[in-house]
Ligand binder design. Sequence first.
Ligand SMILES: NC(=O)c1ccc[n+]([C@@H]2O[C@H](COP(=O)([O-])OP(=O)(O)OC[C@H]3O[C@@H](n4cnc5c(N)ncnc54)[C@H](O)[C@@H]3O)[C@@H](O)[C@H]2O)c1
Length: 351
Amino acid sequence: MNNSEAILVTPKQFEIQECEVPQPKDNEILMKVEYVGMCGSDIHGFEFGPFIPPKDPNQKIGLGHEVAGEVVGIGANVTKFKVGDKVLIEPSVPDESTVYSKHGHYNICPSVDMLATQPHYKGALTQYMTHPEAWTYHIPEGMSTLEGALVEPAAVGMHAAVLGGAMLGKSIVILGGGTIGLMTLQACVSLGATDITVVDVLQKRLDLALKLGAKRVINGKEEDTVAVLRSPELYGDQGVDLVFECAGSAFTTNQAIQIVARGGKIMMVGTQSKPVPIDFLKINREVTIQTSFRYCNNFPQTIEAIASGKFHVKDMVTNIYDYKDVQKAFTEAIDPVKKADMIKGVIKVAE
Ligand SMILES: NC(=O)c1ccc[n+]([C@@H]2O[C@H](COP(=O)([O-])OP(=O)(O)OC[C@H]3O[C@@H](n4cnc5c(N)ncnc54)[C@H](O)[C@@H]3O)[C@@H](O)[C@H]2O)c1
């Protein structure tokens, strides 16, 4: 077996380099990588390379953490998996001894070991990789490895939806219909919610939102989102029970403040890269604002939602690139024209 990995040598430049096939430790599986999803954080890392040059000049920078493939080797103590099994992995492995893990919040453990981040920058854009058995999941019958690779971003949406209390009977607005917004939409749908509005400024994403289960969409470029949602025909003086901010912008955060109901909830899923001023007077009637970070025990339910046909991750894939074209894939993802048409890009690693 030969192995290689896509290494970011400078911002905007990958190089596919030969490397060793890793040996699985006693508690690890060895996976032949089939598909890797392109996450917004990978695309941001590719464009700006905030970790380049690395502190350690010998440190290689890999990208990719949404991954699925086939088991081709197992460590001595592995019992759940055998060679030939189709699997996906949870890429952030926590330290189970920390107080966060003990309290059931392993996702916020500061020592969590996440693929393609510090300190290792070990990315999933490689042909063979190892992973602990405890953080590996079977891909059920009828679900493909392409779908398996998209369980990770789907679990981000599932975690936010569960934490937000999405359910049948709640009015829900999702501000931002990119990958994370559309995953959140589908998580809400799979939890039974039906009254869901998705807001974006790109019509193609809104069209997909309707296909994936949104009751209505609003194009924020063409309509005044707050006025539409606050109109007597929609939520009027009552407001919206549950608002998901999935655009990562101060503008949409302020919209959330204006549309949420008294006693309602705002889930901050998007990353706010700058401080956001909030008019607390508008939400002083017991509104909850909650951030949500990655996922925590959400992989099994997300896999079930996808396998049972409630969650259509495949429909979000707009671009599939071969591994040898990884440079082209990421270059297109930052191209001002092409990126508007790319909702979810995926790299097909195995031939
Ligand atoms: N909480 C987590 O664990 C987690 C995980 C992954 C990503 N994120 C964050 O979630 C956010 C979304 O990620 P993504 O990959 O979906 O990004 P994305 O860029 O694909 O999606 C953002 C969407 O917001 C839309 N948008 C921008 N301005 C808008 C406006 N004024 N009104 C309505 N829509 C608007 C864009 O058109 C786009 O479709 C990012 O901030 C990302 O960092 C959070």
